[in-house]
Design a protein around this ligand. Structure first.
Ligand SMILES: *Cc1c(COP(=O)(O)O)cnc(C)c1O
Length: 370
């Protein structure tokens, strides 16, 4: 699905040197590389504060902790997402309120959000799924009218631009109260292990987030809050500093693959190509087809027999997962998400795909139907 080795080989001399320099410096934890990466990412995103942390799941958890939500508070999020989004909500004893997504762009449906609001609702978590932004104009408007926090799950869309109807362009993750991202190796900005970060433009919230990721302390051994231990390693920060310089070029390389897939599959009667929102650029973390009157498992098997991987993101909606069963929801409660879970298939997309491979994949997808 990705070619992390090919990508590494192009930046190998820089990366190897940066990693060895961290080792020689022995500044493994909170070293200068972490601070430099933090300020470089702040500049790239146009956001006041970046708080690095250990992974994307921690980023979400710490965001909820900083907002002071209480057990039983309701948090609205998309049903069609990676489990981490709902996991941290449940872990903190908040109540995940799931809503359906748009059938063509796969992001949160704003009218479903509005319909799910109750007096106990405290926050909305839009997920910028597969690489493009949810409709942040509509979501911020709902949040404002109901005084709700907005936590953007930006693990899949770092670098994407949201084109607001006010004419302002903002980077994904910098629009809500807090943005969260992951630097898991296969994400668009991935390190060589685990990593994550939290973004905010709010000074007070930034101090609180910084305190929580560091055991609830601002002065060593004086703990003002119950916190966690969540740090980005200096070695990972050193790698990320190099890869951040290539992030836009990486997004272009992914879009080039998506453009070719779009062109090849647009008119196909059994394939729906992913629709690009006019309000967002798309950084194509995934290229996800929806199959129509065709068996995706058979297509997947056919591709596997040609050594082409294809993945199902995601096979089971949250409300049908054992851990997230809830008497409010049954099969049929979320028709769009349920249909997507039955019919989506993601094709390989990455920064190193050459024309030969791309043509080979397209040809084998098409010849399955002949
Ligand atoms: C990857 C991902 C996360 C979690 O990030 P980790 O770094 O793996 O903890 C959260 N939300 C979404 C949508 C993701 O894709």
């Amino acid at each position: 699905m990705v070619d992390l080795l090919g990508q590494y080989e192009k930046i190998k001399s820089q990366v190897d040197k940066a990693i060895l320099d961290v080792i020689s410096s022995t500044a493994f934890i909170n070293g200068p590389e972490v601070k430099s990466f933090q300020s470089e990412l702040e500049k790239y995103l146009g956001v006041k504060h970046v708080i690095p942390c250990a992974n994307g799941t921690d980023a979400l958890q710490v965001a909820f902790m900083a907002l002071g939500l209480k057990p039983g508070d309701e948090v609205i999020t998309a049903n069609f997402t990676y489990v981490a989004t709902a996991e941290v909500i449940a872990l903190l004893q908040l109540k995940p309120v799931l809503v359906d997504v748009e059938p063509d762009t796969f992001v949160l449906n704003p009218s479903a959000v509005e319909a799910a609001i109750t007096p106990r609702t405290k926050a909305i978590v839009p997920v910028h799924l597969f690489g493009q932004c949810a409709d942040m104009d509509a979501i911020m408007d709902i949040a404002k009218r109901h005084s709700l926090f907005v936590i953007e799950d930006n693990a899949q869309a770092i670098g994407a631009d949201f084109y607001s109807s006010t004419g302002k362009n903002q980077k994904a993750g910098t629009i809500g109260t807090i943005g969260c991202t992951s630097f898991f190796p296969s994400k668009n900005l991935g390190c060589y292990g685990d990593g994550g970060a939290i973004f905010t433009n709010d000074d007070e919230l930034a101090s609180k987030l910084r305190m929580i990721v560091n055991h609830g302390q601002t002065v060593q051994y004086y703990h003002d809050e119950v916190g966690v231990n969540s740090r980005l390693d200096s070695i990972q920060a050193a790698v990320l500093r190099i890869k951040l310089q290539h992030l836009d070029e990486y997004a272009n390389a992914r879009r080039r693959v998506a453009d070719a897939y779009d062109k090849a599959f647009r008119e196909h009667k059994n394939l729906l190509i992913p629709v690009r929102s006019p309000k967002s650029s798309h950084v194509f973390h995934q290229y996800t087809l929806v199959l129509k009157n065709a068996d995706r498992n058979e297509l997947r098997k056919h591709l596997a027999s040609k050594d082409i991987p294809a993945m199902i993101y995601y096979p089971v909606p949250l409300h049908l997962q054992k851990a997230y069963k809830d008497s409010r929801y049954t099969e049929g409660s979320f028709p769009v998400t349920e249909e997507l879970c039955k019919n989506v298939l993601s094709l390989p997309i990455h920064t190193e795909m050459n024309d030969e491979t791309l043509d080979y994949i397209i040809e084998n997808v098409l010849n399955f139907f002949n």
